[in-house]
Design a protein around this ligand. Structure first.
Ligand SMILES: [Zn+2]
Ligand SMILES: [Zn+2]
Length: 280
């Protein structure tokens, strides 16, 4: 199993970091978890064509986590010789979002159908959406997955995924504070991927801004680096993978970020630029 951080950025556009997206590769399957800004550029950099992605798992419906879902859908459709609909697994609400997205894409579909006989013969642009709840399970090829409750209130619902293949387990949380659902999802996992923010840096930024309250608001629904490390230690995970750095992590700050995690978790801590990966 290979885990690649395709996008490590946050909602704030960043010249060096794509939006939140993680690629899990196992058993010949390529699974994207969330699909933030620029995810497909990074996907190509990881050597994966859009058509090779069978499934996109969505943790919640915040815009920064789904901005480029439409890019994944249309790029697969335009590039693939046959129409194999993308499978999208997400929380209740994802179906309405995908339906609205397909509505947005209807002019594009019409233009391409008018222009390409073979695309028209492939039929309409379709997506196979599955709305799931904590406790549900699913399979993607030889990979098995379970759905777990996370806590990103007031964003509701929000979920995380535990994926297993050939004895290896990765737990992938989206945005969440520590909670029982995340602990259960992470129990003895080989790797735990968590979106994080720095409480100290975000607080300092908020204090320095004239309209700092909006920034201060984000502190109460994300895991800090310390909290992610504490969850990892409590759940007995082997590797902690940090992503979605808020504020953006400058290259010379990496050691500082890592030190906040290693103070609470004794295993390997993986973080870095987009395309940082871990093989299990
Ligand atoms: Zn969020
Ligand atoms: Zn986010």
């Amino acid at each position: 199993m290979k885990i690649t951080l395709l996008g490590t950025g946050s909602p704030i556009p960043d010249p060096m970091r794509a939006g939140p997206c993680t690629l899990v590769q196992a058993g010949g399957e390529n699974v994207m978890v969330d699909c933030g800004r620029g995810a497909l550029m990074r996907l190509m950099a990881a050597g994966v064509f859009p058509g090779m992605v069978s499934t996109c798992l969505v943790t919640h419906l915040h815009s920064d986590h789904i901005t480029d879902l439409n890019d994944l859908v249309t790029s697969r459709w335009v590039m693939m010789p046959v129409n194999v609909p993308l499978r999208v697994i997400g929380p209740p609400g994802i179906r309405a979002v995908v339906d609205a997205m397909l509505q947005m894409l209807s002019p594009d579909q019409q233009y391409r159908h008018d222009h390409h006989d073979d695309l028209r013969a492939n039929g309409p642009l379709t997506v196979n959406v599955e709305e799931v709840q904590p406790g549900d399970s699913f399979t993607i090829g030889a990979m098995s997955g379970t759905v777990h409750e996370t806590d990103h209130r007031p964003v509701r619902p929000s979920i995380g995924f535990r994926l297993e293949h050939d004895g290896k387990v990765v737990a992938l949380a989206g945005d969440t504070v520590p909670c029982a659902g995340v602990d259960e999802m992470c129990r003895n996992a080989d790797a735990y991927v968590q979106t994080v923010i720095r409480h100290d840096l975000v607080s300092a930024l908020a204090d320095a801004l004239p309209n700092g309250q909006r920034m201060r608001d984000i502190l109460d629904y994300h895991s800090s680096v310390e909290q992610a490390a504490q969850t990892a230690a409590r759940a007995g995970v082997k590797n902690l993978v940090l992503t979605h750095y808020v504020p953006p992590m400058a290259p010379d700050q990496q050691d500082d970020w890592k030190a906040q995690a290693t103070a609470h978790f004794s295993g390997p801590v993986i973080l870095g630029p987009d395309l940082t990966s871990l093989e299990l």
